[in-house]
Design a protein around this ligand. Structure first.
Ligand SMILES: [Zn+2]
Length: 342
């Protein structure tokens, strides 16, 4: 695979990739595992409740919100992104989140959008009980197989490793999965996407762990920076470790964030933080996305959809002084470099 990008439809030349969202979920189930047996999925999503469901407070049962399992709607949403100017999506639904490789393949065929699939495992609490007894080599063999032969019982091959789930504090199982991801990356040349724990120092802990293992940090993307790091010194220190910084919650414009006690930045603040990274020479270390994993963020249910960055954020970048070249680096060159097998 060296020198190629691997989509769910097979390898492509890096030049074919185009404008890329580096972290999305198209077919996914992110219901907390403890609620999966619940037959009551909560209310149907309506105009009246969609804002409150998306906000994430006060509605006790909201299982449906967490399920991206409607393939027709998923295909339509991906097609809408293409209309808005997007050409590729990295789909990081990995073990624990109900990945559907065949579904992704059908959507890629139907829309003409390049879909690059992830592999490996999400955070501790989403993992199958048997994973807690598995060794590093066993996880590594599985990920190498997912890249070379196919994932989750199919022949659809992964083109990136991740999102590899980490909690704060980092659990033993998660550290074994991360070590395995580094072995699989060294063996295959794939890049790794990391979901860090909800602690401002966890991204750096992961970067230091990768470096101590002797793996090139340039092949690591750290997700969800928007809900993890809020100060420039920490952000710049992380970028100086040569990992790629991923602001992937574009479109989440409410400062309230139910999963931890933080003030979520809005898109304008995200662009200010990215500007600070660029001004310090880190243009090559930034990628962006929406990390859509709720129905309520899809256009079909009243949300912004996968096209938001192309439709709304790029014009805002231009208005705020980003150059065409900088936008090209963030949306095309950096994704292309990372997804090209080393
Ligand atoms: Zn994700």
């Amino acid at each position: 695979m060296k020198g190629k990008i691997q989509t769910v439809l097979g390898p492509i030349e890096p030049a074919e990739l185009g404008r890329t969202l580096m972290h999305e979920h198209v077919l996914c189930d992110i219901r907390p595992p403890s609620t999966r047996a619940d037959n009551d999925l909560g209310p149907e999503i309506t105009l009246e409740n969609v804002w409150q469901l998306n906000y994430g407070r006060g509605i006790k049962r909201a299982g449906r919100k967490y399920m991206l399992d409607l393939e027709d709607i998923a295909a339509r949403e991906v097609a809408m992104m293409k209309h808005d100017g997007g050409e590729a999506i990295v789909e990081l639904t990995c073990g624990g989140l109900s990945p559907d490789p065949e579904g992704l393949r059908r959507i890629a065929r139907g829309t003409g959008v390049h879909l690059v699939m992830g592999c490996g495992y999400y955070v501790n609490d989403y993992q199958d009980a048997k994973n807690h007894g598995r060794a590093v080599d066993d996880f590594a063999r599985e990920m190498i197989g997912q890249i070379r032969h196919g994932a989750w019982g199919t022949d659809v091959r992964a083109g990136m490793i991740g999102e590899i789930g980490c909690s704060a504090p980092w659990t033993d199982t998660e550290k074994r999965v991360m070590r395995a991801a580094l072995l699989a990356a060294a063996e295959t040349g794939a890049a790794i996407n990391v979901h860090p724990g909800r602690d401002p120092d966890q991204p750096q802990e992961v970067a230091d762990f990768v470096r101590a293992a002797g793996h090139p940090t340039e092949r690591i993307v750290i997700s969800h920076i928007d809900r993890t790091i809020f100060d420039e010194p920490r952000l710049l220190r992380l970028a100086e470790s040569d990992v790629t910084i991923e602001f992937d919650l574009f479109g989440q414009e409410a400062s309230y964030y139910g999963l931890s006690d933080i003030d979520m930045p809005n898109d304008a603040t995200r662009l200010k933080l990215i500007r600070a990274l660029i001004d310090q020479g880190h243009l090559d270390r930034v990628v962006i996305s929406h990390d859509i994993c709720y129905r309520t963020r899809l256009a079909s249910f009243g949300g912004h959809g996968y096209g938001h960055i192309f439709r709304n954020v790029v014009p805002m970048m231009l208005k705020r002084g980003y150059s065409e070249d900088e936008i090209d680096a963030i949306l095309v060159r950096n994704p292309r470099r990372l997804l090209t097998f080393a």
